[in-house]
Design a protein around this ligand. Structure first.
Ligand SMILES: CC(C)(COP(=O)(O)OP(=O)(O)OC[C@H]1O[C@@H](n2cnc3c(N)ncnc32)[C@H](O)[C@@H]1OP(=O)(O)O)[C@@H](O)C(=O)NCCC(=O)NCCS
Length: 177
């Protein structure tokens, strides 16, 4: 398995994988939009046996304006999609892709803020995001989003603290993060 940057030619494969992990009614139209406007240097795919088994898509232009305050945050990035093939979940791929993505955002803009929307009942994803440093900002109601969700965010200050903590730990502890 290797991780590389997203290419325009990945769009069809990602869409096909997306249909296996995302809701048809609201998420697939947003996935199509994100595939059209994501930033290639900040978006990644995990490839195994020449097939895409996971991806992140990061957008500067929001796929959907849920709250206007988000559009006023400087250097703000939307983690629009993180998806791992159902047969490959639980292998640490989501964690690796997310870390690679955040590092790429940080390398582009040291004062970044990253936000995302996650369903309130997507406990696995919420746990992953919280462990990576994201915090719940706003809980959305069904009139804002298709299902109740959380807008979660990560500021560069918190990201820097997490990186600093990781570097301060002995190697055995770092491997567990
Ligand atoms: C959520 C998702 C991206 C996680 O990717 P993954 O590769 O399976 O996650 P990892 O193997 O890196 O696991 C990281 C952590 O996520 C959590 N997690 C992932 N899937 C989980 C699940 N099904 N149930 C509970 N916790 C889960 C765990 O905390 C796990 O850490 P642990 O193994 O130490 O307990 C993946 O399951 C997925 O694509 N789901 C469908 C699409 C989706 O929900 N995307 C996010 C939308 S915002």
């Amino acid at each position: 398995m290797h991780i590389r940057n997203f290419k325009q030619s990945d769009r069809e494969c990602i869409l096909e994988l997306g249909t296996k992990v995302f809701r048809e009614d609201d998420e697939i139209p947003l996935l199509q939009k994100a595939l059209g406007q994501c930033v290639s240097e900040l978006s990644f795919v995990a490839v195994e046996d020449k097939a895409i088994i996971g991806f992140t898509l990061v957008c500067v232009k929001m796929t959907n304006v849920y709250y206007s305050f988000l559009s006023k945050i400087p250097n703000c990035y939307e983690l629009a999609f993180l998806g791992i093939s159902p047969t490959c979940q639980g292998r640490g791929l989501g964690t690796r892709l997310l870390k690679e993505t955040l590092l790429a955002i940080f390398q582009r803009s040291t004062h970044f803020t990253c936000w995302l929307l996650v369903d309130t009942d997507n406990y696995g994803a919420i746990k992953l995001y919280e462990r990576t440093g994201f915090r719940r900002w706003v809980s959305t109601s069904a009139d804002k989003t298709f299902t109740p969700g959380h807008i979660m965010g990560l500021s560069y200050r918190r990201y820097l603290r997490l990186i600093a903590n990781l570097e301060a730990r002995p190697p055995s502890a770092c491997r567990q993060m």
